[in-house]
Unconditional design. Structure first.
Length: 224
């Protein structure tokens, strides 16, 4: 499920947006502490940010700049200041789109959906697994986290898929090797170790540490 973070000073608008996104099956949250937006951002780990420009304490440009220091998550600006100067400023600061107020709610929803599709490469009935803000696109053999992407080999994809499908439970090395062997991928104990090392390096490069943990003498687990 996609997580959408709303940073909007008008709580009537923020609540309307949150309720509408939830109707569409998204998990939405509205920031209430405008002095500590980054804390809310990191704790929620959103897939997309809706950001107003006029905010208490610091404006939306400031927070966009702070977020862009560590994340490439898509950001859509919302603002009543819809003149060309502000639109250009928003794009230059790292925004992905700009929606002027007042806006048409169905149009906003459609734009959000379009940005999510472009960012996370969702097409048709692509099988996707999501956990802790990370997305495994099985059809594309790719792993996404905060809009960063890691390409996966055939074996890496199968290993991560099995672990994510059994998240919260230990999958033994024997079960992993059996699973890969039955899918025409010869793999022995050493080859599994090499694949796990490569997977962990790719996940850490995306900023995901300890996504897969080793249960000594038992196997591996994706923690819930």
């Amino acid at each position: 499920m996609y997580r959408i973070l709303i940073v909007e000073d008008d709580m009537t608008i923020a609540n309307t947006l949150r309720n509408e996104f939830e109707k569409w099956g998204y998990y939405a949250k509205a920031i209430e502490d405008f002095q500590n937006v980054m804390e809310g951002f990191y704790s929620f780990e959103p897939h997309l940010l809706l950001l107003d420009i006029a905010l208490p304490f610091y404006n939306g440009y400031h927070w966009c700049g702070e977020i862009r220091k560590t994340s490439k998550i898509p950001i859509i600006f919302l603002s009543s200041a819809g003149d060309n100067m502000n639109i250009v400023m928003a794009m230059n600061m790292g925004g992905d789109d700009f929606i002027p107020k007042p806006f048409d709610l169905p149009v906003l929803i459609a734009k959000v959906q379009a940005v999510l599709r472009r960012t996370y490469s969702f097409q048709g009935q692509t099988h996707v697994l999501e956990h802790r803000g990370a997305l495994l696109d099985i059809g594309e053999a790719a792993f996404y986290y905060q809009a960063e992407k890691a390409e996966l080999s055939k074996n890496e994809l199968k290993i991560i898929r099995l672990l994510m499908e059994h998240k919260g439970h230990t999958v033994s090395r024997e079960d992993l090797m059996q699973y890969l062997w039955e899918s025409d991928s010869f793999i022995d104990d050493n080859t599994l170790t090499v694949n796990m090392t490569r997977i962990r390096k790719k996940l850490e490069a995306l900023g995901l540490k300890d996504f897969i943990v080793t249960k000594k003498g038992l196997g591996y687990m994706v923690m819930e």
